[in-house]
Design a binder for this molecule. Structure first.
Ligand SMILES: [Zn+2]
Length: 255
């Protein structure tokens, strides 16, 4: 396939910039970028996609999303959302408790479709849904595969819904990390942690122990609200990064 474009930004180490040029793609691999006439002459049978009035560039990467929030758009929240705790309690933690596996699939499809429509070809998601934990990440991965988007998925472990849900969350992450290794290279996994203030010392130790089984990193919020820092200092005497660091959370794959 040949893509003809007005402008091409390669975003590689040389940061090359081409005008009125073309990209030659063979079996999903970019083979050449350069002069359209030359590429066409040397590859006369290749299909040409004509974007000669458009900019062509590598896909965007969304480094943190919550696909389940697709349902929050236009939602009216009747309780206060005036600080970080109220936003969590009255919006996100009220919404995510309602999610079934069917919702997880529909939210993922909605978010992933809109991502692709807006140029995002890789999405790193942080999922929650305490009443539909088991199998949620493979459900989302199937949606990503159906749409052809690249996705890194995890489940946010938290103490906020009790120890049973916490343990289901840990198991979902570990099972998913193992499963993702068997999927194609469009799909990958991390271990999700909600935030320091909803994770006890016991939970962090448990997560760290569970991670010994696999080779992965964590995906965790840090001080999304100042309240996370205040609660962490109250609970542990340490600031968030120092506390999580003491549990080995920051390995070279952690986000
Ligand atoms: Zn987030």
């Amino acid at each position: 396939m040949i893509i003809k474009a007005k402008t091409i930004i390669t975003n590689d180490k040389a940061n090359n910039f081409y005008e009125d040029a073309a990209i030659l793609i063979e079996e999903n691999i970019i083979k050449e970028i350069g002069d359209f006439d030359k590429i066409k002459r040397e590859n006369p049978d290749e299909e040409v996609l004509d974007f000669s009035d458009k900019l062509v560039m590598p896909g965007l990467i969304c480094a943190h999303s919550h696909a389940y929030s697709a349902y929050a758009r236009g939602m009216s929240v009747s309780k206060p959302t005036d600080n970080f705790f109220h936003v969590l309690e009255n919006l996100w933690w009220a919404l995510d408790k309602e999610l079934t596996l069917e919702d997880v699939k529909l939210n993922a499809l909605t978010t992933f479709m809109e991502s692709v429509q807006n140029g995002v070809t890789t999405i790193i998601d942080h999922h929650s849904g305490p009443n539909a934990i088991e199998g949620s990440l493979s459900t989302m991965a199937d949606a990503a595969t159906d749409l052809g988007i690249r996705a890194s998925l995890c489940y946010e472990v938290s103490d906020r819904d009790g120890m049973e849900k916490r343990d289901l969350g840990i198991a979902e992450n570990i099972n998913w990390i193992k499963e993702a290794e068997k999927r194609d290279d469009m799909i990958s996994a991390l271990f999700g942690l909600h935030a320091s203030f909803t994770l006890s010392d016991e939970t962090l130790a448990k997560c760290q122990k569970a991670m010994e089984e696999v080779d992965s990193g964590y995906h965790v919020h840090i001080a999304e609200g100042i309240e996370d820092e205040w609660e962490t200092v109250k609970m542990s005497g340490k600031r968030i990064v120092d506390r999580l660091d003491a549990y080995g959370i920051f390995n070279d794959k952690t986000l």
